[in-house]
Design a protein around this ligand. Structure first.
Ligand code: SF4
Length: 511
């Protein structure tokens, strides 16, 4: 049964005032994936809140695939959620992208919205297309042929300058090119600074629209910090959100107070939530205010009796830990130094507080990994199950996709079929020796992700030809473009496309 646009709108609560009906500057905020994921995304929520607060701006959201309209046969057109307007009727399409694989939806979404996907073929009467988000901050160049402007970093410090530039219909790209963090491909720039907000308290990032249809249903999400002080050599979040910044407890609790007027569920979000210096006080205070608090993945060493008491007291029955590997040498290779004892202690504290389910994240496809090293994951889970018989374990096995700007940015990754065979053996060992529920990532999709993350503008025709066609379709499009997926999986040398992203520029809001 399709969920109609009317039903989605009826279920939404706008926390910062009703959406506008008109505005001088009409912006479609496009999330290149499903509504449920977009509404759980703080980048989308934060940008929607900032844009909605501007009296001269009309902002409407759009998601891909399109949300159906009751009583109208689906005609393939991508329209906005709020007023059912085709994307082509807006002045600006602002796209926020968190994952490289969502890029495959961008040209398709523009096309379905009545907008020419390639910037140099777009007419002057068509919307200006701006693309940003974490995946673009990592490597903007594969999307350059689709964009009139790309944005690298955190938008809050340059938000005002961006709106002013967009209000000038004559020369918006030229004016954006002057704003830190913006890359205007037609101007053939050589580098771009990554913009970061200096004080997170000045622009609190939270849910702006609550809905039970989010991946985090009716949960008021609050960003507690950006960056991570840990040294994982594969971690993109650590690099693109550097330097480490925390929102003050006072600011987080002020946001929580507001959110609790609409829902009892509060979700604390950040790369390193448990590293927040006042996380225990924050969690305990939200519980004292009548809230139920949950967190994203926790660092094992950050699990304390007080934090677990607050989380379990809120009804949280699941915690997520990410040991990533069970082999000491591989742990050193990826810089993930979370000891088995730290994980045991965390689970002990969690179980003691009432947690009944533990999700464990591991990675395969690490350079120099052998089958024997990967299979140690089964020993690891088996040992935990033996010790914690009251806990249900869920094991999620991801495939390493080396990210730009990280210490592993140039390493060779194993062939997807070799990773697939290793995953099969690991699943066999886990299912025969443990009761854990096991989910495996797709090595073929991980290979596509690696190629996208490492590529340049030459991938644009491949991206445009691959929507909805699976990893096999991506491979076919690579061959048709005269490219080889293997070249992107091999060890990288020479200048890399993502080196266009230069130093971090720390700025105040509205500087
Ligand atoms: S602890 Fe998590 S967020 Fe921090 S660097 Fe490691 S993987 Fe990244």
């Amino acid at each position: 049964m399709p969920v109609w646009r009317r039903e989605i709108l009826a279920d939404e609560t706008h926390l910062f005032g009703a959406p506008a009906d008109s505005g001088l500057l009409r912006i479609a905020l496009l999330f290149p994936n499903a509504y449920e994921l977009g509404m759980a995304n703080l980048a989308l929520q934060g940008l929607y809140r900032l844009l909605s607060a501007r009296p001269e701006v009309l902002v409407e959201r759009a998601f891909y695939p399109a949300i159906p309209e009751e009583g109208r046969a689906h005609d393939g057109t991508l329209r906005s959620l709020e007023h059912d307007t085709a994307l082509g009727a807006f002045d600006v399409i602002a796209i926020t992208s968190s994952f490289e694989l969502d890029w495959l939806n961008i040209p398709a979404a523009l096309h379905d919205g009545g907008v020419e996907p390639f910037a140099d073929e777009r007419g002057l009467d068509e919307p200006l297309v701006i693309i940003g988000g974490p995946a673009v901050t990592s490597n903007p160049l594969p999307l350059a042929p689709f964009a009139d402007a790309l944005f690298v970093g955190e938008v809050e410090p340059v938000f005002e300058a961006m709106v002013q530039a967009l209000l000038d219909p004559e020369d918006a790209p030229g004016r954006l090119a002057e704003v830190p963090g913006f890359l205007v491909p037609s101007e053939e720039p050589q580098s771009v600074e990554r913009v970061a907000l200096d004080d997170l308290d000045t622009v609190p990032t939270t849910t702006a629209v609550l809905t039970p249809r989010s991946e985090f249903p009716d949960t008021f999400l609050i960003e507690t910090g950006r960056g991570c002080p840990r040294g994982c050599r594969f971690c993109l979040a650590r690099e693109i959100y550097h330097p480490v910044r925390s929102r003050s407890a006072e600011s987080v609790l002020n946001s929580a107070r507001l959110g609790l007027e609409f829902t009892e569920r509060v979700g604390l979000v950040g790369a390193a939530v448990a590293d927040h210096p006042q996380i225990q006080e924050i969690a305990a205070e939200i519980v004292a205010m009548g809230g139920r608090v949950s967190t994203s993945s926790l660092r094992a060493e950050g699990v304390t009796p007080e934090l677990m008491a607050a989380l379990a007291g809120s009804g949280q029955r699941t915690i997520t830990l990410a040991p990533e590997t069970a082999d000491a040498e591989l742990a050193a290779a990826i810089g993930k130094r979370v000891s088995f004892d730290a994980v045991r202690t965390a689970i002990f504290l969690a179980a003691d507080a009432g947690v009944t389910e533990v999700k464990l994240y591991f990675l395969v496809g690490i350079p120099d990994e052998t089958d024997a090293a990967a299979l140690k994951i089964a020993d690891y889970v088996e040992a935990l199950e033996r010790e914690f018989s009251s806990v249900r374990f869920t094991v999620s096995i991801g495939v390493l996709s080396p990210k730009p700007h990280t210490e592993l940015e140039r390493v060779a990754v194993p062939d997807p079929s070799a990773v697939g065979r290793r995953l099969k053996k690991l699943r066999g060992a886990l299912t025969s020796r443990t009761k854990a529920q096991v989910t495996l990532a797709s090595p073929r999709w991980a290979a596509v992700q690696t190629a996208l993350g490492r590529g340049g503008p030459e991938l644009a025709p491949v991206i445009a030809a691959s929507a909805g066609k699976g990893p096999g379709g991506f491979g076919d499009a690579m061959r048709a473009a005269g490219l080889s997926l293997d070249d992107y999986l091999a060890e990288q040398s020479g200048p890399a496309p993502w080196e266009i992203v230069g130093e971090c520029r720390l700025m105040g809001a509205g500087e």
